[in-house]
Design a protein around this ligand. Structure first.
Ligand SMILES: Cc1cc2nc3c(=O)[nH]c(=O)nc-3n(C[C@H](O)[C@H](O)[C@H](O)COP(=O)(O)OP(=O)(O)OC[C@H]3O[C@@H](n4cnc5c(N)ncnc54)[C@H](O)[C@@H]3O)c2cc1C
Length: 396
C-alpha cells in the first residue's frame, strides 16, 4: 500500500487526504493547530464568524466533488426578499442596479480578456473608464485586492463573471464552513486517514511522498525555498453583531472603491443569537493604508446600508488578513506561472497560491487533487490495481 504524508489540515490538506485514501493510499495528516480547517474554521460561541471563506461557489470544481460525497451539508438559502436588498454604492449614493456602462462588461459573448493587459485598460475599451472602474471594484468580493484594475484582465474577468452570475453561484454552508470541514474530517476518518493535530512539522519526512498543504508562506519556510512567493491581497476585516432592524441591506458592494459588507444572518439565522444580525465586511487595503483606514471605509458603507447601526451594536471585532486571501495574478501572468505543484523528490505543494486554476479556495482544492495524482504516479511507487485517479472528476 502507498503511504502519503499530508502537512496541513485545511481544505487543501483534507481534500488531498480524502482523494489519496480513496485511491488506496495510507494517509497521515499533520496539523499544527488543535482543530482542522485552517482558514475555513468557524468561531465557536454566540457569533459564528468564519475566519476565511464565506461563499462556496457552485460553479467550481470542488462543488461537484464535495456533493458527490455528500460533504456539503445543508445550505443557508437566501430568502428572495433579502436578495432584493443587495445595494451598490456608486458615486457616493446607494442604488439597486449597476451603472449601465458596467453592464457592458457582463454581457454574454464578450471575448475572453487578455492575460497580458491590465483589467482597467482592457475594460475601459469596452465600457469606458467609469464602467471599468465600477466593475473592477465589484470584482474585489472574489479577489480581495486594493487595485483589481491593475491585475491581469483575464484574472479579473473570470472573477467578475463568477461573482455576478444569475442565479448567483455563491452558496453558504449552514453553520459556517466548519460544518463542511467536520464532514470532510469524518469522511477522511472513515477512509482510515490518520490525523495528528497539534503536530507542527518542522522537517519534511523523506520516507513517503509529501503533500505540503500549508499557506505558501509556511511552505516557503518548511522547504527553505525563497522562490515560493506570489502576490495576494491585504484586507481589513470587520465583524459586527447588531440588533435586528427591518429593512437593513443584505449586502453593500462598493463600486467607488473595492469593498464589501454582508449580513450573513440573512441566509443563515444560526450564526447569531435571536434578535441579532451578524455583519461581516472586507475592505482591501493599499500598501500605505492602515487597518483604521479600512475600518473607516467600512463604516461609511454601514452608515449607508444599515441606518442606526452604531446604536445597535452588541459585539464588534476587527482584523487585517495579509496574504491570506489567495493568489492574484498581475498582467502577463496566469495561474500557470505560480509556484509549481511538483517540487521534486516526492514533495508536492497544495494551496491557494500555487499553480492551479480556480477562484479562491478552489485553487487549494484543485492543487490538492493534482498533488495526489502526481504523488501516486511517482516512479517506483507503481500503480495499485483498481487505482482511481483523483483528478478524473468524472470517475471521482
Ligand atoms: C477573509 C477571507 C475570506 C475568504 N473568502 C472566501 C470565499 O468566500 N470563498 C472561498 O472559496 N475562499 C475564500 N477564502 C479563501 C479560503 O479561506 C482559502 O483559500 C482556503 O481556506 C485555504 O485552504 P488551505 O487548506 O489551502 O490553507 P489553510 O486553510 O491555511 O490551511 C493550512 C493548514 O496548514 C497548517 N500548517 C501550517 N504550517 C504547518 C506545519 N508546519 N505543520 C503542520 N501544519 C501546518 C495550518 O495550521 C492550517 O490549518 C477567504 C479567505 C479569507 C482570509
Amino acid at each position: 500500500m502507498h503511504r502519503i504524508t499530508v502537512i496541513g489540515g485545511g481544505l487543501a490538506g483534507l481534500t488531498a487526504a480524502i482523494s489519496a485514501a480513496e485511491a488506496g493510499a495510507k494517509v497521515t495528516v499533520y496539523e499544527a493547530h488543535h482543530t482542522l480547517g485552517g482558514r475555513a474554521r468557524t468561531a465557536e460561541g454566540p457569533y459564528r464568524t468564519n475566519d476565511g471563506p464565506h461563499a462556496l461557489y457552485n460553479g467550481g470544481p470542488h462543488w461537484a466533488w464535495l456533493r458527490r460525497r455528500d460533504l456539503i451539508g445543508p445550505l443557508g438559502p437566501l430568502p428572495p426578499l433579502e436578495a432584493t436588498r443587495l445595494r451598490l454604492r456608486y458615486q457616493g449614493a446607494l442604488r439597486r442596479t449597476p451603472p449601465f456602462a458596467m453592464l457592458k462588461l457582463l454581457r454574454r459573448g464578450l471575448p475572453q480578456a487578455p492575460v497580458d493587459v491590465d483589467f482597467l485598460t482592457w475594460a475601459t475599451g469596452i465600457a469606458g473608464e467609469e464602467g471599468a472602474r465600477a466593475a473592477a471594484h465589484y470584482s474585489a468580493v472574489a479577489l480581495f485586492h486594493h487595485d483589481p484594475g491593475a491585475l491581469s484582465a483575464a484574472f479579473v474577468q473570470e472573477r467578475l463573471r463568477r461573482a455576478t452570475k444569475l442565479p448567483p453561484e455563491a452558496h453558504y454552508p449552514r453553520g459556517g464552513w466548519a460544518s463542511v470541514v467536520d464532514r470532510m474530517a469524518a469522511h477522511a476518518w472513515n477512509l482510515g486517514v490518520r490525523v495528528e493535530t497539534l503536530s507542527r512539522v518542522d522537517t519534511l519526512p523523506t520516507d513517503t511522498p509529501v503533500v505540503v498543504a500549508t499557506s505558501l508562506d509556511a511552505a516557503r519556510r518548511l522547504l527553505g525555498d525563497d522562490s515560493l512567493t506570489w502576490p495576494s491581497g491585504r484586507t481589513a476585516l470587520i465583524d459586527l453583531a447588531v440588533r435586528t432592524r427591518r429593512g437593513d441591506a443584505f449586502a453593500v458592494s462598493d463600486l467607488d472603491a473595492p469593498g464589501w459588507i454582508e449580513r450573513f444572518t440573512a441566509q443563515d439565522r444560526t450564526l447569531a443569537p435571536a434578535g441579532e444580525q451578524l455583519i461581516q465586511g472586507q475592505i482591501p487595503l493599499a500598501p500605505h493604508e492602515s487597518r483604521a483606514d479600512g475600518v473607516a471605509r467600512a463604516e461609511e458603507l454601514l452608515d449607508l446600508g444599515f441606518p442606526g447601526w452604531r446604536e445597535r451594536v452588541t459585539w464588534r471585532r476587527e482584523a487585517v488578513a495579509s496574504g491570506r486571501t489567495g493568489a492574484v495574478d498581475p498582467p502577463g501572468t496566469s495561474w500557470r506561472d505560480r509556484p509549481a505543484i511538483d517540487r521534486g523528490n516526492g514533495v508536492y505543494l497544495a494551496g491557494d497560491q500555487v499553480a492551479a486554476p480556480g477562484v479562491l479556495s478552489e485553487v487549494s482544492f484543485t492543487s490538492a487533487l493534482t498533488a495526489v495524482t502526481l504523488a501516486l504516479a511517482q516512479p517506483g511507487l507503481g500503480r495499485r490495481r483498481g487505482h482511481r485517479d483523483p483528478l478524473d472528476l468524472k470517475q471521482a
